[in-house]
Structure formats: C-alpha cells, structure tokens
Design a binder for this molecule. Structure first.
Ligand code: PLV
Length: 326
C-alpha cells in the first residue's frame, strides 16, 4: 500500500549509548543509528522531504548516486507510486545495484565516478521530463536531514548538549543538514568533526585551497563519499566564524578497521562511507585533536552520526579486507 502524501518516509532512529566507545574516549558516546532507516542510511530524511515537496505531480524521478541516495529515492518513489531511475557510476558495487533493483528502481551504470553519473541523470531528467533528485546539493535535502539533530536533541533531553558531533562528508549534504539541525536546536557552538577518506577528500581539499576545488579522481574505496567537488554551501559553512568545523582524513585501512570494530562491538555492519566517521573514534583521532587544543578537554558527550549505507555485506567486507591488505 502506498503512503499517504502527507506522511513522512523516515523513522525516528534510536540514540544508543556506546559503552565501548565511551570507555575509549572517556566521555559518553551517543550513536544516532541512521543505518536503521528503511533505505539503509540517513539519505531518506532529505530525499523523502524533497520528493514530498517536488515530486507529487511527477512522471517519475531520476537520481544520481554513489548508491545510498539512490536507495532512498527508490524507496520513496515506490511508496509514492512513481517510477525511479537511479544512475550510478561503475564504482558502485554489484551488491548495491541489486539492492536498488530490489527496491524497484531502473539502474543505469554510467561513467567511473558519481560526477559522470550525475551528468547522465541531469540529461535524463531533461529529455524524459523526470524529477531530478540530487543526492546532496539542495536546501530541501538539508531541511530533511536536519530532523536527525532535532530528534537527537529530544532523545538527549533538556540540558544535555553534545561536546561535538562526528559525521562523514561526501558532497556535503549531511554536513549542511546537520548544521541546519544545530541551528534549529540552538547548538551552533557545538564543534563538528567532518571526516573523509584519503582519495575522497573534496571538502578537505577545498578547505586547504581556500576555495571549492574539483578532485582529479576518486581513489578511495569509500565510493559513497566520492563526489569530486564539495557543494558550495558546505564550503561556505567551513569559512563561517560562527561554526567550528574540523575537517580530518583517515585512510581506507582505518575506515575498514573501524567498520570491523563497530561490527564486533556494536553488532552492526555499516559501509566504508560510515567507517570514515567511526574511524575518528577507533583510530585515536579525537584525543589527538584534544591534545592539539582543537577540541576541548574534558569533552562533553560525543554525538556520532552512524550514517549507515547499503554497500556492505560479509562478502563485500572480505573483499575489502583482501584489497586493502598491505
Ligand atoms: N552518499 C551519496 C553521494 O555519493 C550517495 O549518492 O549515496 N554516508 C553515506 C552512507 C553516504 O551514502 C553518503 C553520501 C555520505 C555519508 C555523505 O553524505 P553527503 O554526500 O551528503 O556528504 C557520492
């Protein structure tokens, strides 16, 4: 049965306390479990909101994606009774292609990285008169993603404020949404730790260059972080004196180690894009930032956005272990 048009598509996700991570950091760590969303990641918040606003009269939607935005678009379109086309690059795993098809989407594989797929999705939107669903660069997406901070604040209860928020950055949509959410709940002074992997680091590269730059290539296995250019709004936020955004990188090996640790400790399997954020805890980055005076000591509770992701199963995990062994 289709959802009514006024209904939202995302769930209120649990906010769990991680005993293991809290012990490691010496402060309470809260996990916002976006992996539990019906599409497997936080993307459904923004994309659900976007489609409610813009796709009601649509002939169908087309989304360019590394995978998870497409999963959200496919899920939402199915609930709205609309056809969905998802254009992914060849770096997207077969596993995700299958999962997209299971959600009822038509999948097209175009180009090597997301930017190539995006060009094709824009072309299809134009020629086939479909609603283009962007994966990260749109104010309605950010408005939708903001709900995860509002929910986390409600779960923490009055008087509890995070010492920092930890998240992953691909094209910057999650970051922009989290900032909207921080504004909504009056937490603008909470530092944000924005994680990318080496080789999928367009945000870090922009900050270093002092302007938005386009990476030559994506060389990380965290392909869902693999936009070559950060969205303009995320870069602008990085330059704002009202916000503290700490941009840091981890290697693919560190992200992989993090997803294995998270599986062992929290019994939850997430993809590399999410591992990038988790690695900030497991690789010792947080105390290093404290030692450098970039995060306060002692640190208040850490809010970790467990962004999730569908590009992972036991087979994928083994193949990543093989690939990254060295
Ligand atoms: N993934 C986008 C962009 O890919 C996509 O098309 O699915 N965590 C997960 C699990 C993700 O899938 C993504 C983005 C991010 C984090 C980063 O979010 P963003 O792009 O809003 O910064 C190229």
């Amino acid at each position: 049965m289709n959802c009514s048009m006024s209904e939202r598509f995302h769930l209120n996700t649990p906010l769990l306390e991680s005993v293991g991570m809290s012990k490691q950091l010496g402060t309470t760590v809260y996990l916002k479990m976006e992996n539990a969303q019906p599409s497997g990641s936080f993307k459904i918040r923004g994309i659900g909101h976007f489609c409610q606003q813009l796709a009601r009269q649509s002939r169908g939607v087309v989304c360019s994606s590394g995978g998870n935005a497409g999963m959200a678009a496919a899920f939402v379109a199915r609930k709205m009774g609309l056809p969905a086309t998802v254009v992914v690059p060849s770096s997207t795993s077969q596993l995700v292609v299958r999962r997209l098809q299971d959600q009822g989407a038509t999948v097209r594989i175009v180009g090597k990285v997301w930017d190539d797929a995006n060009a094709e999705a824009l072309r299809l939107a134009e020629t086939e008169e479909l609603t283009f669903v962007p994966p990260f660069d749109h104010p309605l997406l950010w408005e939708g993603h903001a709900s995860l901070i509002v929910e986390a604040a409600a779960s923490l209860g009055p008087g509890v404020k995070p010492g920092a928020v930890l998240l992953s950055v691909g094209g910057g949509g999650l970051l922009c949404g989290v900032i909207h959410g921080l504004k909504d709940v009056g937490w603008m002074d909470v530092p944000i730790i924005a994680m990318e992997t080496v080789g999928a680091d367009c945000f870090n590269a922009a900050i270093k260059a002092g302007k938005v730059v386009t990476l030559v290539d994506i060389t990380s296995e965290a392909t869902c972080l693999g936009a070559k250019t950060i969205c303009q709004r995320a870069f602008e936020y990085s330059q704002s004196s009202q916000l503290t955004i700490i941009s840091e990188l981890v290697t693919d090996q560190e992200a992989l180690h993090a997803i294995q640790m998270f599986l062992d400790e929290e019994r939850v399997l997430v993809e590399m894009a999410c591992g990038a954020a988790l690695a900030a805890v497991y690789s010792g980055l947080i105390p290093r930032l404290q030692n450098q005076g970039r995060l306060p000591t002692p640190l208040g509770p850490l809010l970790v956005i467990v962004c999730g992701g569908s590009s992972i199963n036991m087979e994928q995990l083994s193949s990543l272990k093989q690939k990254l062994r060295s």
